[in-house]
Ligand binder design. Structure first.
Ligand SMILES: *Cc1c(COP(=O)(O)O)cnc(C)c1O
Length: 408
């Protein structure tokens, strides 16, 4: 086993060697601009991009590869979807429904629309992170043009009821966008069956390269209209101008193909590994709680609060294991993440939480090592905890001198 161990696969994933191999020729001999129509360099690149478009479409069961728009990643896809719909449908209405635990790419796109006069409803979530479908129905008005709810949460791993949300959207003639960045390639998604009109994804969360992603845009029943954010050469049917990142797109395509082939086996293995990690931690430590929904959750996610210790201190003690407190985007600030706040986690528990993100390349040996180190470190930090010391001292002074609180 090699140290350090990477267990932060919700933040990003390593590129699968099969993906790199497929990308390499597109940096060297096949370097053509996919828009060059007059020579074989351009044709080869265009053919490679077409193939990738089919691979992405196939993974999410899009009716046509033409419904896939390549972007620089999920942040851009979310921005195009939300701002592009808001502008294209401004005459129909000015109301958007989203939820409190979305990624900042969605929340901040909505905030920017609010400054322009749009109205946004941020649905609260249950303590498990699931949205309440009755509340969603209730939030819709005749001015609602878009529902944007994520497929799976990047911190606590909860999977939202996408199919049911799609049905509600259809029944009310409202478009449905889902940020499926964490769900794509991990759980089955079918934009046709699930009534999804727009879907954001990115390569670097599914063992592809950083800086490339896609937006699925439904082209029939209904045909979704979008106003582009970036204008120029008219690439991607005018929805996203700019010379295509051919090696990146080829990598995204290959990553999708592998994800589709390996989804079931990978999912079962990761569920096993995260349950193994959970069992060892919960089995050896008191006062730990597991966050997120116990059933509707991503296979590789384990999010745990360790009472009485600071998540930051725990990370410092686990220098050879890469895990995360809260999400990567908020760990620079000392505020507990908006997701943990939205699920109602008490402030002190929010500060004592760790997200384990298991991925394709983690092994059982790494899980066992991580569990052992976490247990050791939590016990050590709790020994030092002033709150626990005070409590122990108080217990000693009480009736039964033999009762010693252990919160190891
Ligand atoms: C990582 C992530 C994003 C951002 O994706 P980028 O490709 O890094 O822009 C958006 N939404 C969710 C849920 C994510 O996990």
């Amino acid at each position: 086993m090699k140290l350090p161990i990477y267990m932060d696969n919700h933040a990003t994933t390593p590129v699968d060697p099969r993906v790199i191999e497929t990308m390499l020729p597109f940096f060297t001999e096949k370097f053509g601009n996919a828009s060059s129509r007059n020579h074989v360099f351009g044709w080869d690149s265009e053919a490679a991009v077409d193939r990738a478009r089919e691979q992405v479409a196939s993974l999410i069961h899009a009716a046509s590869p033409r419904e896939i728009v390549f972007t620089s990643g999920a942040t851009e896809s979310d921005n195009i979807a939300i701002k592009g719909i808001a502008e294209a449908y401004a005459e129909k209405g000015n109301h958007i429904v989203t939820c409190a635990i979305e990624h900042k790419a969605v929340l901040d796109s909505c905030k920017s629309l609010e400054r322009k006069g749009y109205r946004v409803t941020y649905l609260p979530v249950r303590p498990t992170g699931l949205i309440d479908l009755a509340r969603l129905r209730h939030a819709l008005t005749d001015k609602t043009i878009l529902i944007s709810i994520m497929a799976a949460n990047n911190e606590i791993g909860t999977i939202e009821p996408v199919r049911e949300i799609g049905q509600i959207a259809k029944q009310n003639g409202i478009l449905f966008h889902t940020d499926a960045t964490q769900a794509v390639g991990k759980i089955p998604l079918d934009v046709e069956e699930m009534g999804i009109d727009l879907l954001s994804l990115t390569a670097h969360k599914i063992y592809g390269p950083k800086g490339v992603g896609a937006l699925y845009v439904r082209s029939s029943k209904p045909r979704v209209k979008l106003i582009p954010l970036i204008e120029g050469g008219g690439q991607e049917r005018g929805l996203r101008s700019g010379t295509l990142n051919v090696p990146g797109i080829v990598g995204l395509g290959k990553a999708c193909e592998i994800a589709q082939e390996d989804m079931k086996a990978d999912g079962e293995r990761l569920t096993g590994l995260s349950q193994r990690l959970k069992a060892q931690i919960v089995g050896q430590l008191n006062e730990v709680s597991v966050n997120g929904d116990s059933l509707q959750r991503l296979p590789g996610n384990l999010h745990v609060s360790f009472a009485y210790i600071e998540g930051e201190s725990l990370l410092m003690g686990l220098k050879d294991i890469a895990v995360s407190t809260g999400s990567a985007c908020t760990s620079a600030s000392l505020e507990p993440s908006h997701v943990l706040r939205a699920i109602g986690l008490e402030e002190h528990l929010a500060h004592s939480s760790i997200r384990f993100g298991l991925g394709r390349f983690n092994t059982e040996e790494e899980v066992d090592y991580t569990a052992r180190r976490v247990v050791e470190e939590v016990r050590r930090l709790r020994e030092l905890s002033p709150i626990l010391r005070a409590r122990k001292a108080k217990m000693k002074g009480q009736a039964n001198p033999h009762s010693q609180e252990s919160a190891s």
